[in-house]
Design a protein around this ligand. Structure first.
Ligand SMILES: Cc1cc2nc3c(=O)[nH]c(=O)nc-3n(C[C@H](O)[C@H](O)[C@H](O)COP(=O)(O)O)c2cc1C
Length: 384
């Protein structure tokens, strides 16, 4: 029976444990390039014991960014910053993963703490957003949307392939396609955003064409020995949007196009969501487990898995294969080592590089003096 600290092998890649730092957009890139900030952020999490480390969503085209301070991979000059990030992640014993994405109609945005509203196309930091149909998201995203032509869709698939080649050159060993959170892939999948009448819209099969072609384009250049995964907007929590049954079907279809693992997340194609259990612990686990059983594919989820006993339990019960941590990874660079202590692991510092852990293992001092809590402190809520 695996636990949170068991290695995990997918294709030719083995993670030292089941803990991933989930992709998180940090608004710190310069002209799409990663900086010292990203080396610090990802390096510290790799040194803190995470097995798989993602930087933020990386845009395949300039208009695929959330805002102008987000990272990209549309130009060879962006490889160097990304390569510095992958080098430190590997040096600290983790596997570097990239999330390729395009924000679609949710791009051209101000930083969240500056208002998170959309900027108009004629603003110096704004642009004309593109999506399957000319339907603005609404609410704070209200500028006109350009409906992609078929030729533009083909160009985007080429951009995915070019991005995957650059990702390989930068040293990434795991590639996730971002098809969630209301961004371009999510909006092609959702009838709320995709009302095309051509081969890319209408039926479920047509609404999956964009993803099939994107996966094919990437798989053709991304080595077979390296995992190709996706984050899917698996539920819009709206009666007119994506239903979880659609997602189960989609994972099955995309498995046939080279998908190695499904990371199930939310559609977020509308603010009109009903009954999303945002404050419930581990609320995506049960759904993901259904995909794991019915499609026979490894699965991962994020959302409220930051309590070590919960994260460990969902792995031990073989409900999911990997735990993705977003906010907990921002809050605690050493979450895996801390979790190991909470879970009474016999050697928590074995999770981090030996030239670092040696000092802590051989000179621990009196109990508690290394700054870690000594015992688990929380009542453990049940997993749904
Ligand atoms: C600051 C921040 C930035 C995020 N950026 C991304 C992103 O670039 N791509 C993505 O797929 N999810 C993004 N997310 C979502 C997280 O990856 C994760 O799925 C979500 O926070 C739920 O996990 P958690 O409960 O462990 O935080 C972001 C979340 C946060 C807090």
């Amino acid at each position: 029976m695996p636990d949170l600290f068991s290695p995990f092998t997918l294709k030719g890649v083995t993670l030292r444990n089941r803990i991933a730092m989930s992709p998180m957009t940090m608004y710190r890139a310069v002209d799409g390039r990663m900086t010292d900030f990203h080396v610090m952020l990802m390096g510290s999490r790799a040194a803190g014991g995470f097995g798989l480390v993602f930087p933020e969503q990386i845009a395949i085209t300039p208009d695929g960014r959330t805002g102008t301070s987000c990272a990209g991979i549309w130009d060879d000059s962006q490889i160097e910053g990304l390569a510095r990030v992958t080098a430190i992640i590997k040096d600290m014993g983790a596997v570097p993963a990239i999330q390729l994405g395009h924000t679609g109609r949710k791009g051209s945005e101000k930083k969240p703490w500056e208002g998170k509203t959309q900027l108009p196309p004629d603003h110096p930091d704004g642009w004309q957003v593109r999506a399957p149909s000319a339907i603005p998201y609404g609410g704070r995203y209200n500028f006109p949307v350009h409906a992609l032509t078929v030729e533009e869709i083909k160009d985007l698939h080429q951009s995915y392939a070019d991005a995957a080649k650059r990702a390989l050159a930068a040293g990434f060993e795991w590639l996730e396609m971002h098809f969630a959170h209301g961004y371009l892939g999510a909006s092609f999948f959702s009838p709320l955003a995709n009302q095309r009448t051509d081969a890319y819209g209408g039926s479920l099969e047509n609404r999956l064409r964009f993803h099939r072609e994107a996966m094919d384009a990437v798989r053709a250049v991304w080595p077979e020995r390296l995992p190709l995964t996706m984050r899917l907007g698996s539920d819009d929590f709206n009666e007119h949007g994506v239903q979880f049954d659609d997602a189960v079907h989609a994972v099955g279809v995309l498995k046939g196009h080279g998908l190695d693992l499904a990371d199930l997340s939310l559609g977020m194609n509308t603010d009109a969501m009903k009954d999303v259990p945002f404050n419930q612990v581990a609320f995506m686990v049960e759904r993901a487990n259904r995909v794991r059983r019915e499609i026979d594919i490894p699965v991962a989820v994020s959302w409220n898995l930051g309590l070590p006993a919960v994260a460990d339990r969902v792995i031990r019960q073989e409900q999911i294969d990997l735990v993705f941590l977003g906010r907990p990874a921002l809050a605690n660079p050493h979450w895996p080592v801390w979790a190991a202590r909470e879970l009474a692991h016999n050697d928590p510092f074995s999770l981090i590089p030996e030239d670092w852990s040696w000092w802590l293992r051989s000179r621990p001092g009196p109990e508690g003096s290394l700054g870690w809590p000594t015992v688990a402190t929380t009542d453990i809520p049940p997993t749904p």
